[in-house]
Design a binder for this molecule. Structure first.
Ligand code: TSJ
Length: 648
């Protein structure tokens, strides 16, 4: 590295107390998202050290007291004293808020969004934090804590200056912190969520070993991730429940104007498109310029290629970009400086220069691949797939046109099932999609009709994962949902026209209900993904138990709450278990599930689109074995707490 790092590169801005005043501004929220973001702020720093070639392993450990440690074997945060500020580099990292990324942007070639800023924010929002640096034979340590004094909170104050604390032959950095329960609703991180992201990072940084140890329960759990194939392994893993039409992913990478792009792609036996992209190891669920560049290049290169394919010439086929993306699964990983994120959830890449760079890299890589005679059998299969896609696209458009004409004629009975609300403001309105006519009837009577609309579903809607779009459109349950949403479908979908800002799935807490939920979520995931991204989809959580004694009535959602309620009401309290929504009266349904001031809703998020897709295709796709395995490992339909850890 030409530029040598000194502690004076670290820019100083303001104190940490500001972070305490508005935690949301720095880590998004004080709910579980923010709590996990704390960990990612720390991990990202270690990842940068590894991605830049200085560290080969990262160990994350969750402890019983709620604290978490992250250790890497990199160079160690600088321990030298800053010439003007007279404190160590370590203390500057943890005790000062930093401007714009890495201490000074030159220290790392490419790094993610917020971080570098992150360490001091984590310190400010922790009860305590300890850093250890292993450098040149010595152990250095420093501890910080947050405490109240005279009614004022002092955030992330050092207990002592950085000091030597023994000898070591290790090198690297270890940070241990305890998120402050005065800041966060809950400080317990979710093992599944953490392991999923660490696994993803291990794929994205080829060869890096990441371990996760959970010492919160005995026996402790430990996972180790290391992928020598990087994103090629990632793609292979993503496709394990699908049927690839060629054995090895196509893989290439390149650099253009300081932008690096690496691509792995493989066609599978499916009509769907699975493109996942990353920028500096951050998932870009909303896509952006790099995805556009990829698609443009794919279309152009394939159009050229198809000009020489006899069947295509003979049948005078004309192709569209989407024909080359049917059954395509791909991972795009881009590294660049000065990233601009846009979109509702700041997960869309905005930099225009990334489009041109990725387009050039993909054009070159793909052209070379197609020209290589060793790849001829694969190329023939890809060409054949494009031909099938083009033909079925033409057929599908015809069918859809007919469908539209038909539905114009008989759309009246469809909306008949829906009980609309009287209010006209979509941002206030809620659509409940209710399992079963009888629960639907109660919900209709129990709701607040000013802003709550009810759509009862008769039977089980069909499983969209196994069907083509035309069949989905013919299904009455889905047609009534599409009509109720009022925002079009597929190519005509426009989120701006959505009639309800909360779409709430209300199904029983049994296996049938879980199945219906999964089918509906799959439908939204495949055809209305933006609704999930923008946080419009919710799952209602009706209580499982009522506990009554005399005139006191307590509702419980979990076994834990049940136990608490029993303790509170004493031994001879009467417990009733609700197996279905139909067992509740309209008033009970209002009180427990519909009333915004009392109900519990679970918002469906798409933190990790790839994992979400994976679970959907595992649970809903053709292959039976992976589904059995997944259900055997995770599903527990009686214990609600379990669902917290899952993506859907
Ligand atoms: F987030 C954090 F700051 F707390 C943190 C940083 C947490 C963990 C687990 C690791 C790290 C970290 C930082 N690991 N490695 C580094 N590297 C540096 O800070 C570093 C070291 C040397 C040089 C240099 O130019 O000599 C530059 C940097 C940025």
């Amino acid at each position: 590295m030409a530029h040598s790092y000194t502690v004076s590169d670290i820019q100083v801005l303001e104190g940490l107390d500001a972070v305490r005043k508005r935690p949301g501004m720095y880590i998004g929220s004080t709910g579980y998202r923010g709590l996990h973001q704390m960990l990612w702020e720390i991990v990202d720093n270690a990842i940068d050290e590894a991605a830049n070639g200085y560290a080969t392993r990262i160990d994350v450990c969750l402890y019983a007291d709620g604290s978490i440690s992250v250790e890497d074997n990199g160079r160690g945060i600088p321990v030298g004293i800053h010439p003007e500020l007279h404190v160590s580099g370590v203390e500057l990292v943890f005790h000062q808020l930093h401007a714009g990324g890495k201490f000074n942007n030159e220290s790392y070639a490419y790094s993610g969004g917020l971080h570098g800023v992150g360490a001091s924010v984590v310190n400010a929002l922790s009860s305590w934090l300890k850093v250890e640096v292993y450098y040149d034979g010595d152990i250095y340590e420093q501890e910080y804590h947050s405490f109240e004094q005279g009614g004022k909170i002092h955030a992330g104050e050092p207990k002592y200056p950085l000091r030597k604390a023994g000898k070591t032959d290790k090198h690297g950095t270890k940070v241990t912190y305890l998120a402050d329960s005065r800041v966060f609703d809950d400080i317990e991180v979710q093992f599944d969520r953490v392991s999923r992201r660490l696994r993803e990072l291990a794929f994205l940084v080829r060869g890096l070993t990441i371990t996760l140890t959970d010492r919160r329960e005995s026996p402790q759990k430990q996972l180790t991730y290391c992928y020598m194939g990087g994103i090629v392994d990632f793609l292979t893993d993503m496709n394990q429940d699908k049927t690839p039409i060629h054995p090895l992913p196509i893989h290439f990478q390149g650099e253009k104007n300081g932008i690096l792009a690496e691509i792995a792609m493989q066609y599978v036996d499916s009509e769907k498109e699975y493109i996942y992209s990353y920028v500096n190891n951050i998932s870009t669920a909303e896509g952006g310029t790099h995805e556009t560049g990829f698609k443009t290049a794919l279309t152009r290169v394939m159009n050229d290629y198809m000009k020489n394919i006899p069947t295509a010439i003979k049948e005078k086929l004309s192709f569209e970009g989407e024909d080359y993306r049917e059954g395509l699964s791909a991972i795009i990983s881009v590294k660049m400086k000065e990233v601009q994120f846009e979109g509702q959830t700041k997960t869309r890449l905005g930099n225009p220069e990334a489009r041109a760079a990725v387009e050039a890299i993909v054009s070159e890589g793909l052209t070379l691949y197609l020209q290589d005679l060793n790849n001829a059998p694969v190329c023939a299969k890809i060409a054949e797939k494009a031909i099938t896609a083009a033909k079925s696209r033409v057929a599908a458009r015809k069918a859809k046109k007919m469908e539209r004409e038909k539905s114009k004629a008989d759309s009246a009975p469809l909306v008949g099932k829906l009980s609309v609300c009287t209010g006209k403001k979509p941002e206030l309105n809620e659509l409940f999609i209710v399992e079963g006519d009888s629960a639907g009837g109660n919900a209709k009577m129990g709701r607040d009709r000013r802003f709550q609309a009810i759509l009862p579903l008769r039977g089980k809607p069909l499983n969209v994962e196994k069907k083509r779009m035309e069949q989905v459109l013919q299904n009455e349950e889905f047609r009534s949902i599409i009509t109720a949403l009022g925002a079009g479908f597929d190519q005509t979908f426009n989120i701006a026209n959505i009639k309800y800002h909360k779409i709430i799935i209300l199904a029983d807490a049994d296996q049938d209900g879980a199945h219906i939920r999964a089918i509906l979520l799959t439908f939204f995931f495949r055809y209305y993904r933006q609704l999930i991204i923008d946080g419009h989809i919710y799952i209602a959580q009706p209580p499982l138990y009522s506990i009554r004694k005399g005139s006191t009535l307590i509702w419980a959602h979990t076994d834990k709450q049940l136990a608490e309620a029993k303790k509170k009401l004493g031994r001879n309290a009467e417990v009733k278990r609700y197996k279905g929504l139909g067992e509740m009266s309209k008033d009970q349904l209002w009180e427990t599930t519909l009333d915004p001031s009392k109900r519990v809703l679970m918002q469906v998020t798409m933190e990790d689109a790839a994992a979400c897709d994976h679970i959907v295709s595992t649970l809903m796709g053709d292959a039976v074995e992976p589904r059995k395995k997944y259900i055997g490992e995770y599903a527990n339909f009686n214990k609600q707490d379990k669902f917290k850890g899952n993506v859907l």
